[in-house]
Design a protein around this ligand. Structure first.
Ligand SMILES: [Zn+2]
Length: 428
């Protein structure tokens, strides 16, 4: 992001202080890199799919102990006040549910399952910039991925793959096929795919950390920068642990293709078919360009993959710029490398020193009236949004793009300037 920004400037709400992007640094050798180093006498990593590689990861996460380095990083962040105290949800009728009296839309919860957006784009992303599609697939690597990968390669199409750690572990050959295409960005979708708000802090550390570890070890040491919560289920606690312990940015979506429900006849909201999913994708790809699209799609079945393939020509024919999630955000793919072929070096990333304290919670914005997509982003490019993990805004529906922040990025206060500054934004 910082690399893009000759025209980038920062606006601090109580004083028109401009800070050049070049001043946005964090110390080299961020400690996140150190969390995943392994003691290896040969100095290398096991070959993907080898016996040593398979043996390096647990078969049962429930009997796994959180590594001391991860726990120390968590404890430091917790003691610094960066990890909110919020009890896990419990599953009620198939939905993650907070205790009585806890409002999922409140600033102290901000559940993405309830469509509460954590304001700013430092810790959580919902939209792509105008005119762009962030191409991403969840749940791989799986057998249907072997239809997707040759197609992406044939079209020189970069995409982000939010991989499930257990699926990597169980499908190393398919995983390697993805790694063999340098245009494919590898990101985190947890180890076992739980509703993350149901998990304890320690379980969250394992779900994220183990998946980071297997990706790190299998890519020559690259540390993922982005993750997506299964079912889009996150809140301020989950997002804070991802960001302040592992420096992971949470990526949700602004359109759900519902491809994962194809053939599911039990959903009261309707039966999804190849035709209905294709119609949804067609509508969005032929629709408004603002904000840009981040569509929930899966490499889960032949149907889900074919829905993408069949609508793929609409990206180009409608003038979309379609790239991986970090590419549309103009960010490095990994915490320590620009992409799959760049050298691994310490990069400028939005890391937060443990001593920093996030901005105080902002009151929830009033719910915007539902509006058609064509009106949602009008005039929004200069809008100001509050920054930090605590600010919230509600989007109007699951298929809404009402945030209107597609061309705006906000940096958390803690990231840059500590607790003294309350609200800052930049344009690019
Ligand atoms: Zn998933």
């Amino acid at each position: 992001m910082a690399r893009a920004s000759s025209a980038l400037f920062l606006l601090v709400t109580f004083g028109a202080v401009a800070v050049s992007a070049g001043n946005w640094h964090h110390p080299r050798g961020h400690p996140v890199h150190d969390l995943f180093k392994r003691q290896n006498s040969t100095g290398g990593y096991p070959v993907v799919g080898s016996a040593a590689w398979t043996a390096a990861y647990p078969s049962n996460i429930n009997t796994t102990t959180v590594p001391a380095a991860w726990m120390t990083a968590y404890t430091n962040a917790k003691n610094a006040g960066l990890i909110p105290d919020l009890a896990p949800t419990t599953m009620v009728n198939g939905n993650p549910t907070y205790a009585a009296g806890i409002d999922p839309m409140s600033a102290t919860v901000c559940s993405s399952t309830d469509q509460c957006r954590i304001n700013g784009t430092t810790t959580q992303i919902w939209d792509a910039p105008d005119g762009m599609v962030g191409v991403a697939f969840d749940d791989g690597p799986l057998p249907p991925s072997t239809i997707l990968y040759p197609f992406l390669k044939q079209n020189n199409q970069p995409a982000t793959h939010f991989f499930i750690g257990e699926n990597i572990w169980q499908n190393p050959t398919i995983f390697q096929e993805c790694l063999d295409d340098p245009l494919q960005d590898i990101a985190v979708h947890t180890w076992t795919h739980p509703y993350m708000t149901t998990q304890t802090d320690e379980q969250l550390l394992l779900e994220l950390g183990l998946t980071i570890q297997i990706i790190h070890d299998s890519t020559g040491g690259r540390v993922p920068k982005f993750w997506r919560p299964p079912y889009g289920d996150s809140d301020v606690r989950v997002v804070a642990i991802a960001y302040y312990v592992f420096n992971l940015i949470t990526v949700i979506w602004n359109q759900d293709s519902n491809d994962w429900q194809i053939g599911d006849t039990t959903d009261a909201t309707g039966v999804y078919t190849d035709a209905s999913v294709t119609a949804n994708l067609t509508n969005w790809l032929t629709g408004p360009k603002s904000p840009g699209l981040i569509i929930l799609e899966h490499e889960l079945s032949n149907d889900t993959v074919n829905c993408f393939i069949n609508t793929y020509p609409l990206h180009a024919s409608n003038g979309w710029i379609s790239k991986s999630i970090p590419d549309v955000l103009n960010q490095p793919w990994y915490l320590n490398s620009q992409n799959n072929t760049s050298p691994m070096v310490a990069l400028d990333v939005a890391a937060t020193p443990p001593s920093a304290v996030p901005a105080p919670p902002a009151p929830p914005s009033p719910s915007p009236a539902p509006a058609p997509p064509s009106t949602t982003a009008a005039g929004s490019s200069g809008a100001q949004v509050s920054a930090g993990v605590s600010g919230v805004a509600k989007s109007s529906s699951n298929n809404s793009t009402a945030n209107g922040a597609g061309s705006i990025a906000a940096i958390s206060t803690a990231t840059l300037l500590g607790a003294a500054l309350c609200s800052l934004v930049f344009w690019y």
